[in-house]
Design a protein around this ligand. Sequence first.
Ligand code: MRU
Length: 355
Amino acid sequence: MGVSKEDRMACSVHLSEDECRVVILDQTQLPNRQVYLTLETAEEIYQAIKVLAVRGAPAIGICAGYGMYVLARQKTAESYDEFYKELSKDGEYLISSRPTAVNLSWAVKRMLSVVEANAGKSVPELVELLHDTSITIHDEDIEMCTRISEYGLSLIKPGDGILTHCNAGPLATSKYGTAIGPVLLGKERGIDFKVFSDETRPLLQGARLTSYELQKAGVDVTLICDNMASLVMKNGWVQACFVGCDRIAANGDFANKIGTSGVAILAKHYGIPFYTLGPTSTIDMNCPTGADIRIEQRDPEEIKNMWYKEPMALPEVKCYNPAFDVTDHELLTAIITDRGIVYPPFDVNLKNLFA
Ligand code: MRU
């Protein structure tokens, strides 16, 4: 499958026409406003990731890849050592914007490894190689999302009810997305599903992004509050749960948006298959278990103040606001990757995936 420039430009993250800046669709303003931001400096890229203007593990990785290229082309360093030192510093800074999604450090390291492997080349030549690698990272993601969507689609039947949490659609990735990719691919082929989208407190990715993307695509989507998932499952309306992932450990434990593990526990109770869908770039074989995944803590204001006309809690109230939780691999039916569907035992079968 070939990826065209039009395919890339249609994504929520891409390079500007003159290839000097990173362009992102500002996800904080959806669904009310479609605003594109252009990012040029390391601070702008860091900030866009930090405030979730660009979010979703694969999209953050794509943004970091393009960001490293855009920053590399601004360097005035003439020697290899100086160039590498400055770019590594930028990379470390970008990685520090969010800790949980492995795609961020994965993309930065991949970009730096190209520089390391071509130490004999001039700075302009290195910049050209970084350009090509950033495009490759994006193209690979488009292809991986397509394959993940195909595998996911093979597991569900027309008319099935699918419950999803957070947003793992085109905005968070490229092309079809991961967790809602099978539904969008099915729609293209005239196969309809019913999706239940958890609103996903506190930042409402399910309400603002997933239900927006699916509604626009003509999919039958019902928005529910997170605490309604149990009832919807009990009613028999859900035949499968599809969620994304930010980092999959070597034993199959995985981090995803806060609340995912609760959905997995409910699914087990009601005997509903529970899948996570993600590209191989989200699998971290250097991370043995979920206990080794660093979970981002975010500003309490997101719980108390954001989205409301008036504060919804006293300013002095203590808050606990982890952005992600870890779902135990024992709750997972399978991991749907671009290289195939991985079933338990996950420690053995994930290793085989990379063999
Ligand atoms: O904090 P966010 O919105 O970046 O969290 C995103 C998620 O948890 C997604 O489910 C995950 O990144 C997969 S996106 C394909």
